[in-house]
Design a protein around this ligand. Structure first.
Ligand SMILES: [Zn+2]
Length: 480
């Protein structure tokens, strides 16, 4: 038996102190689209997501709500697991950083870095943003505050911590970026991280005093410290693959593709890569970076009352249409602006009046024929070469924006074909020939829609590959 090609993709693990938001929905649907595409190529796919469950912020919130931290994170993990059915996700792994396998992996990882001389203890004073769970350099602050959390006071911390020798990895990271110009996608984000690294790296703290903050993975060999939440959480990208106890699986699937929001650029494409190098493990395959989502030009926030949640979107548009609308925003690129009005307009134009309408038109025109497909035609239409090529020139390069516009162009092209050929005016023989072309075109469209809208694609494929094609109920009901 020949070895199957493998594909590994992972989202970041959302920090479990809030309900799943649209930014994470965008991230996980993007990963799902890519996982489904690679599955369709016959590859063995691991698709990992999960929850990041340690750290100061969770510990403080658990105490505040009078809950045991484990109980608190269990509840939140469940709300993130609900996304699987809400958004019809195909993930294979859900890693919780409080799992025993994960915490053991984090400890083994620590020991590898330590054995390599990259972990040391020192006394230090730092400014810390509890919102980000990150230390902040003075140069990063705006008006003395974290630009992402302007309402939170920065904490000054002084304690003895373990540090990771990030500064040792400047050359190795710059070499990684120059050898692999598409390591971070989009390219502008690779430039951004490369210039951050060029500017010089400072060692970062990777532990907390247990007496102040016990909610973390114990540091091996020092019971007074727990790991800094980032150090433990980043290891999930490999603990999900069974590292270190299942090296066979790990070696089959690593290096993997990681997707994240742009606020995670530094952690994913520099800190984590340095940690991997320190543990003598290969760097990731790619880091895909999403922009931020705003609502009518404003930051989405509870206090502004402009939050659009994935649950609300599914209630209004249905699962598949929600996935389509999210992917049409243009993930793995720049910032995105949304509003209900924009979503409604797009839904009506491209789904109700677009995909849905063209499918209904063709089905209606075919209905008069009792025997539409011959066996050979059925076989020939089941896979579209054109769709395959289109996927390989866009999706294999993680270019979802181009892919989505190709999909939309193919819908408008079919509309154009119908207007031009006017099959309803043709004689029976010629009419059937034109309709057959139209149906083949629909089969190609459904193949393209497969990774984006799996249920709609499956339904339409079945409908249009029946020997007798009948009228089709609207795929996308009009909005009310
Ligand atoms: Zn912050």
């Amino acid at each position: 038996m020949t070895q199957k090609n493998t594909f590994y993709i992972t989202t970041t693990l959302p920090y479990v102190n809030a309900q799943p938001h649209i930014g994470f929905a965008l991230e996980i649907v993007t990963a799902d689209l890519l996982a489904r595409y690679h599955q369709s190529l016959g590859e063995a796919v691991v698709f990992n997501t999960g929850t990041d469950e340690h750290g100061q912020k969770i510990y403080a919130q658990a105490l505040e709500s009078g809950k045991d931290p484990q109980h608190y994170v269990d509840e939140y993990a469940a709300t993130f697991q609900d996304l699987k059915s809400l958004l019809n996700l195909s993930y294979t792994h859900f890693t919780r950083t409080t799992n025993t396998d994960h915490t053991k992996a984090a400890q083994e990882f620590w020991q590898r870095c330590e054995a390599n001389g990259d972990i040391y203890k020192k006394n230090y004073q730092t400014l810390y943003c509890v919102g980000c769970e990150l230390e902040k350099q003075l140069s990063e602050l705006v008006d003395g505050k974290c630009p992402l959390h302007p309402t939170k006071e920065l904490e000054t911390r002084e304690e003895e911590n373990y540090f990771f020798r990030f500064s040792q990895y400047q050359d190795a990271l710059l070499k990684l970026y120059s050898q692999q110009p598409d390591f971070v996608i989009p390219g502008e984000k690779q430039h951004e991280i490369a210039s951050f690294v060029k500017g010089g790296l400072q060692d970062f703290s990777i532990s907390r005093l247990k007496e102040k903050m016990p909610w973390g993975v114990p540091v091996p060999g020092d019971e007074d410290h727990v790991m800094y939440v980032w150090f433990d959480a980043l290891v999930n990208y490999i603990s999900a693959l069974g590292w270190p106890h299942d090296i066979t699986t790990f070696e089959q699937f690593w290096p993997g593709v990681q997707i994240c929001g742009k606020d995670n650029l530094r952690q994913q494409s520099a800190m984590w890569q340095a940690m991997l190098l320190s543990a003598n493990l290969p760097p990731s395959r790619h880091i895909l970076v999403n922009g931020f989502i705003s609502v009518d030009g404003q930051k989405m926030s509870k206090s502004l009352g402009n939050v659009i949640s994935p649950t609300q979107m599914v209630e209004r548009y249905g699962v598949d249409a929600t996935r389509y609308l999210l992917m049409r925003l243009g993930p793995i690129g720049g910032d995105m602006d949304v509003s209900w009005e924009k979503f409604d307009t797009l839904y009506t134009a491209e789904l109700a009046n677009g995909v849905g309408n063209v499918c209904s038109r063709v089905a209606k025109l075919c209905e008069a024929y009792t025997d539409f497909w011959s066996e050979e035609e059925l076989l020939a239409s089941s896979q579209s070469k054109h769709a395959k090529e289109m996927q390989s020139t866009t999706l294999s390069r993680y270019d979802i924006t181009s892919y989505m516009s190709e999909v939309w162009q193919s819908v408008t092209a079919l509309d154009g074909f119908l207007s031009e050929t006017k099959p309803w005016r043709l004689e029976a023989t010629e009419k059937k020939k034109v309709l057959l072309d139209a149906v083949k075109h629909i089969v190609a469209i459904t193949q393209l829609l497969g990774p984006i809208m799996p249920e709609t694609a499956r339904h339409a494929t079945n409908h249009f590959s029946a020997k007798h094609i009948t009228a089709l109920k609207p795929l996308f009901p009009r909005l009310t």
